[in-house]
Design a protein around this ligand. Structure first.
Ligand code: HEM
Length: 505
């Protein structure tokens, strides 16, 4: 899902004033003089390392995008060890890269993820596979994840999980001496994210939001956090250091934990289906049942892909919801506007349906604005294996790794005046509203490789937010301090978000 620390070794080709090169691109490209990577401005490897480890950008890489854009302009190169990147930080340049991404887009060559899968003889899964193999898996997963009418079938399932979340919030408030505060909201919402996606995939309630959290849930959530942290560290150190440095071992162990939890849930479903088939009963069901019965994917492809869907479901919706509640608590006018929208469409705590959601335009604007301010994936990637790429007067050879600086683009004042402010209204349609460049804020990515979980994520966030605001007024905890984001491959709150949930009932 994520660019993280990139670990490919692009052929660092430069051909100043290239003429008549061997190329698959048009004749026009071969006669025009293009500049190349070496002509780009950018920090040296030492300056980058200094920025990361001395200036503290290692876990604030989103802020480094903004600083480098100021220093070098909208396109610059950077070097991390043997890795060379071309960074693009405007909506227009991001669009140009995506438009040339080819039939089977690749984010980055995740060689350490691939190494793990080879070590354990597992299928590569969605993130690591490229080309037709990736497309084969994606085509099997897409329909029941991305088609709106298929996803709408999950509304009752997700509403049940939201009911559990509400119960959990009531329970946690009671545990606090002030009767209203819930500490470390993101931690609670990780459980909601995991329960939500697993209910959809496995049709099984795991009880992640019960008083006693199941061990496997805790294990998976912890393993996801460890894997994402070590995924950034592992590529920085040569393989010979693995015998005495802990990072690779921790990375492997985190993947093992996630894989085992996913595998055991899948195996349970396989057994259920086998028993039903033996008894001659009809086998029908939602996501996993459909995948297994259709046999579009092998069992080993199902293990890896579903583990990745679970992984995608943990940190993403939860962090977005955490930031949403954080801002609503600090902006009474926006909170009131949202409350009025929800309570007028669903009076008396009516549980929202898909028809209600389709009318909640302000709610959608709130979530869009949060994803603009805190894109879960602040920097994405594309590596073009199929063709060269032209960006304005630069030509880049195949295998150039591009870093799409989405965070810098969505904080760009040219696209979003008062970019640092939380202004959901900017997303509402109207004749006088500012028109955004279509690539200025694309938190789920675009094109065929965009987020496979987008529809499910939106459904979970809308249903949860609607019910939470029906029940509670959100307030910051007493003496609350501002919380800044940090990056751990994904963008997450840099400190626990503690909040007061004042009952409206
Ligand atoms: C707020 C919620 C979410 C955001 C902002 C988000 C964002 C993204 C982004 C930016 C990408 C990369 C797209 C690209 O390269 O163009 C991605 C990929 C992916 N996401 Fe999400 N995501 C979210 C929720 C989810 C959920 C709930 C799931 C699981 C159901 C999920 C599973 C995945 C997977 C498996 C990929 C890799 C797809 C592929 O390589 O074909 N995501 N996501």
């Amino acid at each position: 899902m994520f660019l993280g620390k990139l670990v490919n070794s692009p052929r660092a080709l430069c051909w100043h004033g290239v003429r008549g090169i061997q190329s698959s691109v048009s004749v026009e490209r071969t006669v025009k003089k293009y500049k190349c990577m070496e002509d780009l401005p950018g920090p040296s490897a030492a300056t980058t390392a200094y920025g990361l480890f001395v200036k503290g950008y290692a876990n604030r890489s989103h802020a480094m995008q903004i600083e480098h854009k100021k220093l070098y302009g909208p396109i610059w190169r950077s070097t991390f060890g043997s890795l060379k990147l071309v960074n693009v930080a405007t909506a227009d340049l991001i669009q140009q890269v995506i438009q040339q991404e080819g039939k089977y887009p690749v984010r980055t060559i995740l060689s350490h993820w691939k190494e793990y899968r080879d070590l354990r003889k597992q299928d590569y899964g969605l993130h690591v596979h490229t080309g037709k193999e990736w497309y084969h898996i994606r085509s099997a997963l897409n329909p029941k994840m991305l088609k709106l009418n298929e996803v709408n079938a999950y509304v009752p399932v997700v509403n049940n999980v939201v009911s559990d979340l509400l119960r959990r919030i009531y329970y946690l408030r009671e545990q606090n001496p002030d009767g209203t505060t819930v500490n470390n909201l993101a931690g609670e919402l990780y459980k909601f994210g995991f329960e939500g996606i697993s209910s959809i995939l496995f049709e099984t309630r795991l009880g992640c939001l019960d008083k006693e959290i199941p061990k496997d849930t805790q294990k998976f959530i912890q393993a996801a956090a460890d894997m994402l942290t070590h995924s950034e560290t592992v590529p920085l150190f040569p393989k010979w250091t693995r015998s005495f440095l802990p990072f690779w071992k921790k990375f492997v162990s985190a993947w093992d934990d996630m894989y085992n939890v996913a595998k055991s849930l899948i195996d349970q479903k396989v057994m259920e289906i086998e028993e039903k088939t033996k008894k001659g009963e009809v086998v029908d069901g939602m996501y996993l049942t459909h995948l297994l019965v259709s046999r579009e994917l092998s069992l080993s492809e199902v293990y890896s892909s579903l583990m990745e869907l679970l992984l995608g479901g943990v940190d993403t919706t939860s962090n977005t919801l955490s930031w949403t509640l954080y801002h609503l608590a600090r902006d009474r006018a926006v909170q009131e506007h949202l409350y009025l929208e929800v309570s007028s469409l669903c009076p008396d705590h009516q549980i929202p349906t898909k028809e209600h959601l389709s009318q909640m335009t302000y709610m959608k604007a709130v979530i869009k604005e949060i994803l603009r301010l805190y894109p879960v994936v602040p920097g994405n990637g594309r590596i073009t294996l199929e063709n060269e790429v032209i960006l304005e007067d630069y030509l880049f050879p195949k295998e150039t790794q591009f870093h799409l600086c989405h965070y810098a683009a969505s904080w760009d004042e040219d696209n979003f005046p008062k970019a640092s402010e939380f202004l959901p209204e900017r997303w509402l349609r109207g004749p006088e509203k500012f028109k955004h460049h279509p690539f200025s804020s694309v938190p789920f990515g675009v094109g065929v490789r965009a987020c496979v979980g987008r529809r499910v994520a939106e459904l979970e966030m809308y249903l949860a937010l609607a019910r939470l605001i029906q029940h509670f007024e959100f307030q910051p905890e007493v003496n609350a301090k501002p919380v800044e984001p940090r990056t751990r491959t994904l963008m997450i709150p840099g400190a626990p978000i503690n909040m007061r949930f004042i009952s409206r009932i």
